[in-house]
Design a protein around this ligand. Structure first.
Ligand code: GLU
Length: 303
């Protein structure tokens, strides 16, 4: 059991540089930790090499630094943890909570997206296999997440999700497994992240229960969307935040998070803006609605 009351983390994947949306996430998670005199860790989720580029790891570190978001302690890299994830997988298999599966995504799509358990009792396989968590029908699958922004979210993962992937056919571990295992390993107490991950939080809570892990507090914050209502994402090549504009971007990010930064702070030093932001951080003001970028406007026009 950790002695610290608050351990938060920012967990980017190195699939691109930080854009405004990921910076808003990093800022919210940083401020929430600092407001509670907590620790804020940086975890690089480099689990999916085909979609990543190791060069972005140093780009992201530099962007965080240049925006005044200094993490505590050593950086944690998921790519160093593969043997540990495999051990956890074996543990789940031994408890009959996980099993191998040879079904293709195409078939699962054809049956409506929720896996029907066809490989649950299979012992002989041809070709590549994935590993799934077994979700049996019982009351334990009715999960309640009490989110600090969205309130109570109920999801029955037997009905809505079904047996889900822990290790993919291509041999890579799933984000769900690695994230749950590492939140435990790093003794994370509070998760603040984008609301695109709200729907997967119940399955993460279920996995925590299967592994007898602690439960965490969650806050899911708004995404930034473009004029077509699409999430800014590294995959969609959203523009990187510019280190030269760091103080203005942080001010604007505070506005997006509805923290109402005073206009006299626009263009002030990063230190001034961040110390105001820590003292005034208020999770209850964070909006639920996704926020759109004002296309084509420069940061100068935002105050
Ligand atoms: N690696 C995920 C991302 O870059 C974040 C995962 C998390 O915060 O749980 O979107």
């Amino acid at each position: 059991m950790s002695l610290l009351k608050y351990i938060g983390r920012f967990a980017p994947s190195p699939s691109g540089p930080l854009h405004l949306g990921s910076l808003v996430c990093a800022l919210a998670s940083y401020l929430d930790a600092k407001k509670s005199n907590g620790v804020w860790l940086l975890r690089i989720e480099d689990l999916d090499p085909p979609r990543e580029d190791a060069r972005y790891i140093s780009t992201i570190q530099r962007q965080l630094d240049m925006h005044g978001l200094h993490w505590d302690g050593e950086i944690f890299h998921q790519s160093n943890r593969l043997a540990h994830y495999q051990d956890i997988l074996e543990e789940l298999k031994q408890k009959n909570l996980a099993y191998d599966c040879e079904c293709h995504r195409k078939r699962i799509k054809e049956i409506g997206g929720i896996y029907d358990g066809r490989c649950r009792r299979k012992t002989k396989f041809q070709g590549d296999i994935s590993t799934r968590l077994l979700i049996a029908k019982n009351d334990e699958t009715k999960i309640l997440v009490t989110d600090r922004v969205f309130g109570d979210i109920h999801q029955d993962i037997y009905e809505c999700v079904g047996d889900f992937i822990l290790k993919r056919r291509d041999g890579f571990f799933s984000y769900q497994l690695a994230s749950v295992v590492d939140d435990e390993q790093q003794q994370i107490t509070h998760v603040v992240r984008g609301n695109d991950l709200l729907p997967v939080t119940p399955r993460q809570k279920y996995l925590q229960k299967c592994l007898n892990y602690r439960s965490l507090k969650y806050a899911h914050i708004p995404l930034i969307v473009n004029q077509n209502n699409q999430k800014l994402s590294k995959q969609r090549q959203a523009p990187a935040v510019r280190n030269e504009d760091a103080n203005k971007t942080i001010w604007y990010a505070l506005k997006i998070l509805n923290q109402k930064p005073p206009s006299y702070l626009f263009g002030a030093s990063l230190n001034q803006i961040l110390s105001w932001a820590v003292s005034n951080w208020d999770m209850s003001s964070v909006p639920r609605q996704n926020q759109s970028v004002l296309n084509g406007q420069s940061l100068k026009n935002f105050h």
